[in-house]
Write a protein that binds this ligand. Structure first.
Ligand SMILES: C[S@@+](CC[C@H](N)C(=O)[O-])C[C@H]1O[C@@H](n2cnc3c(N)ncnc32)[C@H](O)[C@@H]1O
Length: 277
């Protein structure tokens, strides 16, 4: 669903803020079937808002990672990587960056099969780590994959928290905050219906309904103050927020792309005084 959002944005009319030229191929016939299902059941204005946001969150993360690399970070962990194609579209960064793609074993095996079928050469510094956040420790998996715990990292965790029970989110945040001070994360969370506009509430129902149909119900939603409190309680600092309004002013200028504020981004940093410091 997310990859097809990026594909439609990338192939659709301007303005373009992301060129994910691999997304449609990676998603394949299964992605096309999900898109057809959404087109049949979701109004065009809400579908447009969904597609614009999938492009925004990926573009935001790519900017976030590039700025971390410019600041000397050499490890990027893509949590719940799904069909994220950063590693295959950014050859220029791979001499300076090791990318750890972390995902549920089923999703990761599916993606690896698609990469294979598409004859995409795996960059030598892409490391795959299969982890079920509900039952396994991210930290253990990272350690086993050669991740340097004493070196700063940048992590993304987009389009995932809504699928996880609160305990799994807590356990994963606890793993992340024990990474080296200066480690930074960008993650998304979905907001509950009571804080949403009518359009956003309808889009939340569309997207969560589609996900539930494919066996992945939304189970954790947060308000902005709740996600900030959670990150602070875990020991993160420098929390910043980014949603539809910020996306319009940063990426789309005067163009009205009909954003809805269902899902938002938040970033945070592991401080020097974190438990690991
Ligand atoms: C909507 S996709 C987002 C993928 C990608 N981050 C993106 O933005 O395109 C959700 C991802 O969360 C992962 N996920 C869901 N539950 C998980 C779990 N319990 N453990 C690990 N990954 C999980 C899925 O495997 C899938 O890759």
């Amino acid at each position: 669903m997310a990859a097809m959002g990026r594909a439609v944005h990338s192939d659709g009319p301007p303005p373009h803020i992301l060129d994910d030229w691999l997304a449609a191929d990676l998603a394949g016939v299964e992605g096309r079937a999900i898109l057809d299902n959404m087109r049949a059941n979701v109004t065009p204005d809400r579908l447009q808002a969904f597609q614009a946001w999938t492009a925004v969150r990926t573009r935001f993360v790519e900017d976030f990672v590039e700025s971390a690399v410019a600041a000397g970070v050499r490890q990027y962990v893509v949590l719940g990587a799904g069909l994220d194609s950063f590693a295959y579209r950014h050859a220029e960064l791979l001499e300076r960056l090791t990318i750890f793609e972390v995902d549920h074993p089923f999703s990761q095996a599916w993606k690896r099969r698609r990469l294979d079928e598409l004859h995409i050469t795996l960059p030598h510094n892409v490391v795959f780590a299969a982890v079920d956040f509900e039952t396994q420790s991210l930290l253990d998996a990272l350690k086993a994959s050669g991740f340097a715990l004493d070196q700063r990292a940048v992590l993304s965790w987009i389009g995932v928290t809504m699928y996880l029970a609160r305990e799994a989110i807590d356990a994963t945040l606890a793993s992340i905050v024990s990474c080296a001070p200066g480690t930074r994360i960008a993650l998304t969370y979905d907001q509950p219906p009571d804080v949403l506009s009518d359009k956003a509430r309808a889009l939340l129902a569309d997207v969560s309904g589609t996900a539930a149909k494919y066996g992945e119900p939304f189970v954790s939603l947060f308000r902005q103050d709740e996600i900030e409190r959670l990150l602070i309680e875990h020991g993160f600092d420098s929390v910043t927020h980014f949603g539809a309004d910020e996306a319009v002013s940063r990426y789309f200028g005067a163009t009205d792309v009909g954003m809805a504020d269902v899902q938002r981004l938040v970033t945070a940093v592991v401080p020097k005084s974190s438990p690991a410091a």
